[in-house]
Design a protein around this ligand. Structure first.
Ligand code: ATP
Ligand code: MG
Length: 394
């Protein structure tokens, strides 16, 4: 019996044209996520998506891939059949005869209300077919096993397991965001959360060359490679920041260095955003977590931005962010030893925790900011990352 994947997604707030756009993006993402898995094109099917699988499909691989497609609330490997009662009874029985259980229930759902039987009548008819063939009890509240039957037009899909999807919105329905990725624990989690809201992420990493080794770039690459499995293809901008830091540290009061570094990073990230047609920047900052992340400092940093700076971790505790990084699988890469914060040579002993914007602006006025931004952009390198299973020709 060839099987299909039935994919469910939330439809709340998806009306009219918007809904078709959402479904088309999701279909396309499902097809790409299943690259190399034997399947036919994903198709829309009354409030759900069906992906027909070929004989050679590896279900474990399909399962891992589908659990990373945003917009999917759940998915199931189903056996398709007609909506003829005998066919549904037989398909349900073929599935259930393999399974160990004492209690079960049938859960039918019709999208075609014109069907001659109600869902309850289908449940009863299929349930008694099973009970005639093996000893078991029906338990509607807490069964060992549920057999789902979804009727859509002339077809029905029968399955026993629902795998949770990652939720969120399909990557591509939102805009593009340039995320500042440091190599630390927080920023990859922040990028993930923004991606999960349907946005495509372009990554930018500032490194300390020529004053530091390349370790932080290696970590950034590893993180981007990992996160690319959620959006299939990524760009990573690598910006040498050592000279810029040196210039700032030569010209400016050490107390203000960190805020000034961040303001420069924001400006360079905005140049990249312009090039990539991004509508916002993203960072991994969380309120009050470290000295540079006080409300006063965030205000001083944001004053340099013209695009919105999104900080999805703003209200999160470090403990929660670490747990999220572990669940996401980025924690290990983030804690591998690497040079943090570009070049430590230029780190002030005691950064100011409550910068006053006027003072920041006064200190910054000693710098030729535009020249520094040009210098950063002039030596930027861009690398492309693909999900490992993607056909390079796609
Ligand atoms: P993270 O764990 O993400 O490094 P953090 O707690 O160390 O964050 P900061 O060092 O204050 O916090 O950095 C705040 C944010 O600024 C980071 O989350 C990241 O978005 C951005 N950022 C800092 N350093 C860099 C860098 N070298 N390259 C790119 N972005 C950076
Ligand atoms: Mg950091």
């Amino acid at each position: 019996m060839t099987s299909s994947v039935i994919v469910h997604y939330h439809e709340i707030g998806l009306k009219g044209k918007n809904r078709h756009f959402f479904e088309d993006v999701l279909r396309n993402n499902l097809d790409r996520a299943l690259g190399g898995v034997d399947h036919e094109g994903a198709r829309r099917l009354r409030g759900r998506i069906e992906v027909p699988l070929g004989e050679g499909a590896n279900l474990d691989v399909a399962c891992t891939r589908l659990s990373k497609v945003f917009g999917v609330t759940s998915f199931s490997f189903a056996n398709p059949t007609t909506t003829d009662l005998g066919a549904m009874q037989d398909t349900a029985w073929q599935l259930l005869r393999e399974e160990p259980f004492e209690t079960f229930r049938i859960a039918a759902r019709r999208s075609e209300k014109a069907y001659p039987m109600t869902s309850m009548e289908i449940n009863a008819a299929v349930g008694s077919y099973v009970l005639d063939r093996r000893p078991a009890r029906v338990d509607l509240a807490n069964p060992d096993m549920t057999c789902f039957i979804e009727l859509t037009g002339k077809q029905s899909f029968v399955y026993t397991r629902r795998h949770p999807g990652p939720g969120g919105l399909p990557v591509g329905v939102g805009g593009i965001i340039v995320c500042l990725l440091s190599g630390g624990i927080d920023s990859p989690v922040a990028a993930y959360k923004l991606m999960r809201r349907g946005c495509r992420i372009v990554f930018v990493h500032f490194h300390g060359e020529p004053f530091t080794d390349r370790s932080s770039q290696g970590v950034a690459r590893e993180l981007v490679q990992h996160l690319t499995e959620y959006q299939m293809r990524s760009l990573l901008y690598l910006v040498p920041f050592g000279e810029i830091q040196r210039e700032i540290s030569l010209q400016c009061d050490p107390d203000y260095r960190i805020v000034l570094y961040r303001r420069l990073m924001i400006r360079i990230a905005e140049q990249i955003a312009r090039r990539e047609k991004a509508l916002a920047l993203g960072t991994g900052e969380s309120l009050g977590q470290v000295a540079s992340q006080t409300l006063q400092n965030l205000r001083s940093i944001d004053e340099a931005a013209t695009l919105p700076v999104l900080r999805p971790l703003i209200g999160d505790d470090k403990r929660d962010i670490i747990a999220a990084a572990e669940a996401l699988g980025t924690y290990e890469a983030s804690i591998t030893p690497h040079v943090e914060d570009c070049c430590p040579l230029f780190m002030p002993p005691q950064p100011v925790t409550r910068s006053r914007l006027e003072e920041v602006l006064a200190v910054e006025s000693k710098l030729d900011v535009e020249a520094l931004v040009r210098r950063g952009m002039g030596s930027v390198k861009v690398e492309r990352f693909d999900a490992p299973w993607l056909d390079k020709a796609q």
